[in-house]
Design a binder for this molecule. Sequence first.
Ligand SMILES: [Zn+2]
Length: 329
Amino acid sequence: MSLKNYQYDVIIHQLDMRRLNAKYMLDKRTEEIYNKCPEILDIDNQIAIQSAERARRAIMGDDTALQGLAEANRALAREKETILVKNGYPADYLSPRYECSLCKDTGYVNGERCSCFNKAISNLIYSESNVREIIREENFDNFNYELYSDEADHFDVSTGTMRSPRELVRDVVKLAHDFIDNFDTEYHNLLIYGNTGVGKTFLSNCIAKEMLDRSHSVLYYTAFRFFKYMENCKFSYDAAEGSGTLGEDYLLDCDLLILDDIGTELSNSFTNSALYTVINERHLKRRPTIISTNLSLAELEKRYSERIFSRLSKEYSLLKIVGSDIRRK
Ligand SMILES: [Zn+2]
């Protein structure tokens, strides 16, 4: 997984805030204890004076100045703990409380990313994906083949035989798994097509969850939201040229982009240009895209510009789902 610069900054900032918070809470507890147990304040003063005095001697060239200092401080720390417990506080009441005790909220242990850092990346990419909630339900664990008829009433061009929607959808799911398993080593795009309600969105969400679980950044847009986004963002469209440009954008950079229900938008030269720009720029960066649509290939060809259709038919693996509308089942 490639972490984008701004994502890295977000996580580092989160860690900074956690450490600041731990420090703030510790200061509050310390103040409370100094009021209730002044003898602990005396000990802390003693530690400060002792350390300063020894440091002064060390700077003056006394090689023995720091000998036994750690031991002396440990003894005083133990004394503090005894006083805390005697007053009804936990012994570690004056220790900082980090959210992650492994890395003390620095994000690193021995120069390696801590598990909490990786967890934060995963949380961040989940929250950015637009599918965080829906994939709790829509994932491969809940994929129900029973919803597809097992009547062999579809002619399958690839095998030249009559096959059932259930058999065919098993093939599609297998291809989806291949896509996921080879994601790190092979560049592929998917075009998932078929009639309304055959489970195209469900399948894209299944793939999204697998990719997110493997810490890949995923961005999901319905066609409606995608074109709305393109209208509002810094996408600049040249009406005369019928082409557009998009600056540095997560849309182009995320590991996997899913555009759902393409073909439901009101098609015009702007939407054509926006769609081509994203498909093309992601292709040039070799960043995989999944597109789902109710349109047949012939309808796609009729609806979109030749350059879009050419990209789709040459650079995308075609996954056709057949069957009746399963949303009613
Ligand atoms: Zn940690």
